[in-house]
Design a protein around this ligand. Sequence first.
Ligand SMILES: Nc1ncnc2c1ncn2[C@@H]1O[C@H](COP(=O)(O)OP(=O)(O)OP(=O)(O)O)[C@@H](O)[C@H]1O
Ligand SMILES: [Mg+2]
Length: 204
Amino acid sequence: MKQAKFLSFEGIDGCGKSTQAKMLNQHYLDQGKDVVFSREPGGSPGAEAIRGLLLTGNTDKWTAETELLLFTAARRDHLETTIEPALASGKMVICDRFADSTRVYQGATRGDLRSKVDLLHTTMIGREPDLTIIIDVEPEVALKRGLARNTGEDRFEDFGLKFQESLRVGFLKLAEEYPLRCQLVDGNRPTEEVFKDVLALAQL
Ligand SMILES: Nc1ncnc2c1ncn2[C@@H]1O[C@H](COP(=O)(O)OP(=O)(O)OP(=O)(O)O)[C@@H](O)[C@H]1O
Ligand SMILES: [Mg+2]
């Protein structure tokens, strides 16, 4: 059985990405595997500095275009300094969000931005995970889960329920667009049940 080397977790705010990504990371660590756990925006010192600019403050802090450039800059730094070196040295990489979040979020804020997202991705990133697990959850459930944490990084949750609903549709469409790479998991279930599906998918 082949194992995915570069895995990403995606889905709307509060769906359980970080929970599942950490569980998978721990599972591999327990097996003695060499695994790097990372997240976006962030995952490298430069990208973590950009994260603060993106996730805190008012919803109208950036135009959709500026936001896209900041996300792409952060991702490029993350790729150069964390992901590529890890993969090159034979490690696995588990990433809590990656380029699909940009496709869906920036597409949801402004539908016509998707072609610019794709253009920037092709020229500046040019890499996809081997496997992307999309955790699909009802927006009401996810919003409650997310806001209950009170992290202060809730700029996107502040866009509201309608926005989360459009994100959900965006992720479902993405799963259709990339049927091999993107796999949907029903996240409206207890954590351990969701994880069983995650584990089964991680074996390509
Ligand atoms: N299957 C589940 N059932 C119930 N609660 C859950 C489940 N999965 C995660 N949670 C809880 O919901 C909250 C949000 O989960 P988590 O932080 O993993 O979501 P996330 O998708 O990473 O959110 P964000 O997009 O904001 O980073 C956490 O408090 C977590 O413990
Ligand atoms: Mg998270």
